[in-house]
Ligand binder design. Structure first.
Ligand SMILES: [Zn+2]
Length: 298
């Protein structure tokens, strides 16, 4: 207990210094308490669990999952949760420390990206942004299906008496994801331009699935703004390849993307990768993203 107490005090102290926004864990009223690292995984957990679960999303919109800090209330909630739903691939770099500090023997930790074919995060083109492999698997709806089924299996393990309900809920949601995949495929097929430049290499799994091409990523290492010569290289490439779209995200500064777009006549598209509260509706988010892409690529 003493060791846990000290560890928690250290973590809480570090967090209060950062003064992040906090939300009190809700009373779970007999429901299974589930923590999910990011909005889309929280949405999947809610779809699979239905009214049997109380899902708390840890990384809120506006925050980058790559630089996130858990709040003291979130740590308290983890110490009582039954399941922690993670992406994996080092997206949740804070997870091991938080799990140790939560000291919760009943907590089932599930890495939903396990078993998916990972794209390397480190190469000449894209720099060193994701040394552990590119983590943004959920942005490919076909991979999201794998993540939903992994969550289903974890819920069945944590709460076997409701196996049939979790199984049915997961199957219903997977059917909706298959429809989403079909619709995206049909829409992307109408795009006249397939190349894009991105600030952060977030769309690699989506691009591979639907035949788009990430021509360059502006950010070369995590959190570092590109140098003028790096921006110059990307502007040259943008002009040479007649690229029409620069993908940006609200959690990263759009400044560099706007500079490149102004220089080469491309358009900055603001895409959403972690959804919006209260329900973090993944399917709506992906439909909105594809509509946004169409503005420049169609
Ligand atoms: Zn990333």
């Amino acid at each position: 207990m003493r060791k846990l107490g000290l560890a928690l005090v250290a973590i809480f102290a570090a967090m209060s210094l950062l003064g992040g926004c906090t939300s009190k864990p809700q009373k779970s009223s007999g429901k299974m308490l589930v923590a999910a690292s990011i909005g889309p995984l929280g949405n999947f957990a809610n779809e699979v669990g239905g009214n049997l679960v109380d899902v708390q999303v840890l990384v809120q919109p506006g925050a980058s999952p790559h630089t996130y800090q858990l709040s003291a209330d979130q740590m308290e909630m983890l110490s009582q949760a039954s399941v922690l739903v993670l992406n994996g691939l080092h997206l949740e770099f804070w997870a091991d420390k938080a799990i140790n500090a939560a000291d919760n023997p009943k907590l089932i930790v599930v890495h939903t990206a396990d078993g998916l074919p990972v794209i390397e995060g480190k190469d000449e083109e894209h720099g060193d942004v994701h040394p552990g492999g590119n983590p943004h698997v959920w942005l490919n709806p076909m991979y999201a299906i794998h993540q939903v089924e992994t969550i289903r299996d974890a819920f069945i393990k944590a709460d076997p008496s409701h196996k049939s309900q979790y199984t049915k809920n997961a199957a219903d949601y997977v059917a909706k994801l298959r429809k989403l995949d079909k619709d995206i495929r049909a829409e992307v097929a109408t795009f006249k331009s397939r190349d894009f430049i991105t600030f952060h290499p977030t769309w690699v799994y989506f691009a591979r699935e639907y035949g788009l091409v990430e021509a360059a990523a502006i950010e070369k290492s995590p959190g570092r703004e590109p140098s003028p010569s790096e921006i110059g290289d990307i502007v040259d490439l943008c002009k040479r390849e007649h690229i029409r779209a620069i993908f940006a995200e609200p959690q990263f500064s759009p400044k560099a993307a706007e500079v490149v777009a102004d220089e080469c006549g491309a358009r900055v598209l603001m895409l959403n990768t972690i959804g919006q509260p209260p329900d973090f509706d993944y399917i709506k988010m992906m439909r909105d993203n594809v509509n946004e892409m169409a503005k420049a690529l169609k």
